[in-house]
Each structure stands twice: as structure tokens, then as C-alpha cells.
Design a protein around this ligand. Structure first.
Ligand code: GLA
Length: 667
């Protein structure tokens, strides 16, 4: 379901996770008054309140929640309701001890933390569906609810015998016959041939690549099924504009996030720094990743009010840093910022986590920063509602290629995400918007697409890249692309596979895992390749070698490391066999950008310039100082700053963590 209120919100939201079940109802009015002062417009509630909502099997207590929803609504605060399946109650576990997940070492997970469930337990699935339905029946038509969150941060992978047999059934459906499976997995290797589905194990540690990939797909499917049970329970009772989401965890890799987002209306995620400072070039990518899940704006469902409680040292963000982070998220497409959590509970596992209100019921110092932000977001909401990031560059992300490379990194230091980030950072440091999207998404309209380490190729992916180049899109294909088929078997061709070889004009002759960097000499830059090096054979006389390896181990010496082919358009198609150091990478990308006509915006290091476009075509620019010192930024045209309410132009000083939000005209 495409939900217009999620895509084109009437307003931006600001809020917190609120747990009224921790407090006597008499207190709620005080909290709500404090929320009103901070211009909180939304709270998320109930996602861990199962034992309060259903204290005994089938006995529901929702009156308290209805009172809370209504009281909040009277104060103009809307509600997002969470289904509570991340916190199954003790009575449920007592009835169905077998619903507790089993870890990789065969140990049953203990009750009392969260997500202790086995996602394939039918009894747990039914109980989750039942409570979700009961909530929907009671609250589905409430005018005060704008959206629903299912569960909370899916994360558990279970290894119980039921999961094994469900995995075997999944394989049977996927492969049809054992002969087919045996062939695709090359099971004659090490005598793994299966003659009965029941023989197939769940992989613990390293295993057959086909089996390992299939297990990840199975986990994805298991969560899809589990999530669907709750979506089906909710949907018939909800108002047409209500959306359903789940709060994901950034680059978490246990399942395919694109698959899980298909059934959701809105993507959301939980952003925690933990300790120290965030690098905005890195955090921007996670916002962009989340925006890519549904290819539209998203919610920041949780973020850190000062400090967390789960790091060895739980340092606090600098004053005003959380505010800058909030604008950073908004600049990348967030339509809501919610802090976790409103008030510190007396007990429970998170007593020392940052909050807006402390255990005494008084606002903490951070509350004032949040209040300032809440007021600003309320004021800026008409300016920003419905605006979106418009990127002309896409980086393709693929969970299956990532799992494949994580299982067989060949160089233990090689990280799929880090390699992808080496491209992202080179664009982000030039203040150029990037979409991070599924490798199976449409590439229509992009001026440049980067395909980093897309190990798994199929026909559809190859044709989509061919189509891109025909439609005036430049293309960068990088190392480790086009090595495998969708079963995680090696393709019977040299990388990057027939179609990409035709497009790039090269094939990879050999790959080398490096301990020491290999020096590189290029037309546009010198530098080195870290961790990885591929030697390229130029298939035709059309591609130009742009960089070569210098003397290294004899094998690499003088071999092409980077090629460029100019296809009609003209579009440039690169194959990058090296993993460039950051300086070389920047020079490479700067040159690529020149050919595409996409212009960088120059800001001092640590200062971000990002843009959202309003439905009326006006650009709204976010200039964010992510550093703790004053920075000078050049604003090239007379602009109205919606934060200070003044016209600004030329060299403008931004204080520590300061933000300017500008339009060319006063909107
Ligand atoms: C996660 C959870 C929250 C809370 C925070 C604490 O994101 O979703 O319920 O535990 O961590 O940082």
C-alpha cells in the first residue's frame, strides 16, 4: 500500500518513546505538559507493554492506554502504537517454553531480555498476531493514532530443531528437487550430496556457500512471514491513512531489509552513536540507506538524547550536537525525529540511559536542547513538509552479495559496507546527494550509478545496467562484481560476467588479497590499493587504462587497475579493480564527477551542505556544522536563513554544531 500521508506528510514530527505503563496515571499530566512545552507532536507507545496489556492469556487491559492516547491527543500529541512482540511476557513463555530461541551453541535464550523468541514458533506467531489484532480492534479507528510499528528491532537468529526443519521445507520449495539443490550447491564437493531433505543442517560457522546464502534467505522469509501475521492482523482495522513500519538498525545484516520493507508503508530506523562523535559522512549513508528501503522519506524512530547505557564508556554528545544530528537526519529525508526515551524508569535494564526527564520527574539539561529543536521543527514544518532529497547518483546495495563476501572475505579485513562507503564518502565530502538502493531497483533517471562489489549477478541485474548506459547513465563497476550466480556458485565466466565485460570492455584475469598496499600510478592520480587488487585484460581497443599497478609482486606489476570506456552518449563506464586509498579515491571520483556534470559544493571539512526539494520545486538547503569549532561557509547567493530569520550571503560564520536552513527566496 502506498500511503500518501507517509510520503507527503502534512507536517514533520518531533517526539519521544513514552512508556506510561511505568508511571501512575496521576503523573501523566505533568509529563504531557512538559511534552507540550517541548512542542512534542508525537509519541511512540506500547511496544514493550505486552504484560500490561495482556496480564493473563486472553485478558486485555487497554483502558490505561486509551486514557494515555486521549490525554496526549488533548494536548495535540499524536500516537504511534507499537505491537509488543519484542517483549513476550513470562506467562506466554511458561506455556510455550519451546518459543524461546536457541543460539548457535545450542543454548536456549533466557526469558527477561528482549526478542527472546524463535521467529518460526507457530504458538508465538499466533500469540503475537492475537495481541496485535486485539490492539487494532480497540485502537484501529482512533483519530489520534497516525501509524503503527511492528515489533522492535528484529535481530534474533534461531538455531532450534524447528527452524532447521522449516529451513528444509523452505529449501524444498526453493529448489524443488534434491538433484537441483545438489547441483547448484556443488555438493559432490567434500561428499555433501543430500539424499533426504532432513539431512540438511543449519549452518553453524563456515559451510557450503549455497547453504549459507540460502539460510540467510530463509531468515528473511521467516521474518517476512512473522511480520505479515501482524500486518494482516492490523490492516483491516486501521484507518486508510495509517501507516505500518518497523524500526530497523541501519547496516544490520541478518536479513534482507528490502524484502522486509516491501510489506511496510514507511521505513524507519534507530540511530545511536554510542560513544564519541559521529562522522556525518558515515551517518548520512545510513539515513540514505533507510530512505532507499522504500525510496521515499523515512522516520528516525529512535535517537539518543545525550547518552546511551550500553557502551563501555557512555559519553554524552556535546551540547547542541544532538540538534545538529536531528537536522542531519532531516536533511537526508527524515520526516520525524523521536528520542528514546522520555523519562528514566526506576527499574529495568536501562536505568542509566539518556532521557529528557530524569527519575525525579524533572527535565534534564538535555530537555532544553530538545525543546529548542521541537519549537524549530514546528516552525519549519510548513517549509519542509512534502520535500524530498533528489539524488542523481545511486550506489547499489545487495544483502546477498554482502553475505557472500562476508562468508568468504578472502581478505579478513575486507568489509562489503566499508568498501561501499569508500565511494559514498567521496561523494558526500563534496556535498553531493546519493541514493543507496537495492541492486534490483529501477535505475531510471540516474546520471551515475556505482556498483560496488556486486558479487551476485543475474540476467536482470546485468540488463538493468545495460539499460542505464543506454539512457545516458555513467557507470562504475568495482572489484569483486559479477563473480557468482544467485546460488552463490562461481559463474562459469571471468568477472565481471559477460554483459558487464561487454559494457566495461574488460575481464578480470586474477585477484590478489593484499597484506601491504600495492602502489598505483594513474593518469589522474597516484595512490595505492589496499586489501585487494585485480588485474584486468582489456577486451577491445576501446577501454582506456586509467591507472596501473607499479612494481609489487611481479604479478601486478604494470597491469591495468582501472579502466574507462566511453560509450555512446557519451557515457563513461569504469571498471575499478583496485581498492583505492581515500585520497586517490577522492581524485578518481572528482574526475568522474567532472564528466557527469554533477557539480560539487565546497564547504570546510566537517561542514555539510544537503538539500531537500519542495513539491513547488524550491530547494531548501541545510548547512550543518558538525564540528565543535566555528566554521566559515560561503553562501553564493542572497538567501533567507529560516533558523536565524535573516538574509545571509557571502562568508557566513557557523558556530559549533550550528545549522543554517536557507532558501534563495523567503518561502
Ligand atoms: C534500542 C531499543 C530501545 C532502547 C534503545 C537504547 O534502540 O529499540 O528500546 O533499548 O536501544 O539505546
Amino acid at each position: 500500500m502506498d500511503n500518501s500521508s507517509a510520503t507527503n506528510p502534512q507536517r514533520l514530527h518531533f517526539g519521544a518513546a513514552f512508556y506510561p505503563e511505568h508511571w501512575p496515571p496521576e503523573r501523566w499530566d505533568v509529563d504531557i505538559a512538559l511534552m507540550q512545552q517541548a512542542k512534542i507532536s508525537v509519541v511512540r507507545m506500547a511496544e514493550f507493554a505486552w504484560s500490561t496489556m495482556e496480564p493473563r492469556p486472553g485478558v486485555y487491559q487497554f483502558d490505561w492506554l486509551e486514557t494515555a492516547i486521549n490525554k496526549l491527543a488533548e494536548a495535540g500529541i499524536r500516537t504511534v502504537l507499537g505491537t509488543p512482540s519484542a517483549a513476550p511476557p513470562a506467562w506466554l513463555v511458561q506455556i510455550y517454553p519451546d518459543m524461546l530461541a536457541v543460539d548457535e551453541n545450542g543454548r536456549r535464550v533466557q526469558f527477561g531480555n528482549r526478542c527472546h523468541y524463535c521467529v518460526t514458533s507457530p504458538e508465538f506467531g499466533a500469540a503475537s498476531q492475537k495481541i496485535a489484532k486485539a490492539m487494532a480492534e480497540r485502537f484501529g479507528q482512533s483519530p489520534h493514532i497516525i501509524g503503527w510499528q511492528i515489533d522492535n528491532e528484529y535481530n534474533r537468529v534461531c538455531y532450534c530443531p524447528r527452524c532447521q526443519s522449516e529451513f528444509q521445507k523452505f529449501l524444498q520449495l526453493s529448489y524443488g528437487t534434491l538433484d537441483n539443490l545438489n547441483e547448484h550447491w556443488s555438493t559432490a564437493y567434500w561428499s555433501q550430496t543430500y539424499s533426504d531433505w532432513a539431512q540438511i543442517p543449519i549452518p553453524i560457522g563456515p559451510h557450503n556457500p549455497g547453504l549459507m546464502l540460502a539460510f540467510r534467505r530463509f531468515i528473511t522469509r521467516a521474518y517476512q512471514n512473522f511480520q505479515k501475521l501482524q500486518i494482516d492482523a492490523l490492516r483491516p482495522y486501521l484507518k486508510p491513512d495509517d501507516w505500518i513500519t518497523h524500526n530497523f538498525m541501519g547496516w544490520f545484516n541478518a536479513f534482507d531489509h528490502y524484502a522486509l520493507n516491501e510489506d511496510l508503508d514507511l521505513a524507519s530506523w534507530d540511530w545511536y552513536i554510542g560513544t564519541g562523535r559521529h562522522n556525518y559522512l558515515d551517518s548520512g549513508a545510513v539515513h540514505d540507506l533507510t530512505r532507499g528501503f522504500k525510496r521515499k522519506n523515512f522516520w528516525l524512530m529512535e535517537t539518543q538524547p545525550g547518552h546511551v547505557n550500553w557502551k563501555p564508556v557512555n559519553t554524552t554528545l556535546d551540547k547542541n550536537e544532538a540538534r545538529a544530528m536531528a537536522y542531519h537526519a532531516i536533511a537526508h529525508g527524515a520526516d520525524a525525529i523521536l528520542y528514546w526515551q522520555w523519562r528514566s524508569a526506576y527499574g529495568g535494564q536501562e536505568q542509566y540511559h539518556g532521557t529528557l526527564v530524569d527519575q525525579s520527574g524533572q527535565p534534564r539539561p538535555f530537555y532544553n536542547e530538545a525543546r529548542r529543536l521541537g519549537k524549530e521543527i514546528e516552525r519549519l514544518s510548513p517549509l519542509l513538509a512534502g520535500s524530498e532529497v533528489k539524488a542523481r547518483i545511486a550506489i547499489l546495495n545487495d544483502y546477498e552479495s554482502r553475505w557472500s563476501l562476508e562468508a568468504q572475505p578472502h581478505n579478513a579485513n575486507f568489509s562489503y559496507v566499508e568498501h561501499l562507503m569508500s565511494y559514498y564518502r567521496a561523494f558526500a565530502s563534496r556535498n553531493i546527494a546519493v541514493d543507496i538502493i537495492s541492486a534490483d531497483a529501477s535505475l531510471q533517471g540516474y546520471r551515475l550509478v556505482v556498483v560496488p562489489a556486486l558479487a551476485l549477478l543475474d540476467e536482470k541485474r546485468q540488463e538493468s545496467l545495460r539499460e542505464l548506459t543506454k539512457n545516458n547513465g555513467h557507470l562504475i563497476v568495482t572489484l569483486r562484481t559479477g563473480v557468482k550466480d544467485r546460488h552463490n556458485a562461481l559463474l562459469p565466466s571471468r568477472p565481471p560476467g559477460p554483459v558487464l565485460s561487454e559494457l566495461t570492455g574488460v575481464e578480470v584475469v586474477e585477484y590478489y588479497a593484499l597484506t601491504d598496499p600495492a602502489p598505483i600510478k594513474g593518469n589522474w592520480f597516484d595512490g595505492q590499493s589496499n586489501q585487494w587488487a585485480e588485474t584486468l585484460r582489456l577486451l577491445t581497443d576501446r577501454p582506456t587504462p586509467i591507472a596501473h599497478y607499479k612494481a609489487y609482486n611481479g604479478w601486478l606489476d604494470d597491469q591495468p587497475a582501472l579502466s574507462m570506456r566511453v560509450a555512446s552518449g557519451p557515457v563513461h563506464i569504469y571498471y575499478v579493480g583496485a581498492y583505492f586509498d581515500p585520497a586517490a579515491q577522492q581524485k578518481f571520483i572528482d574526475q568522474v564527477l567532472r564528466f557527469t556534470g554533477i557539480r560539487p559544493i565546497v564547504t570546510p571539512s566537517g561542514v555539510e551542505w544537503s538539500t531537500r526539494q519542495r513539491p513547488d520545486g524550491q530547494d531548501v538547503h541545510f548547512i550543518i556544522n558538525h564540528t565543535a569549532s566555528i566554521q566559515t561557509v560561503n553562501i553564493p547567493w542572497p538567501s533567507f536563513d529560516h533558523i536565524s530569520g535573516q538574509m545571509i550571503r557571502g562568508d557566513v560564520q557557523l558556530g559549533a554544531y550550528a545549522v543554517a536552513i536557507i532558501t534563495k527566496e523567503k518561502v
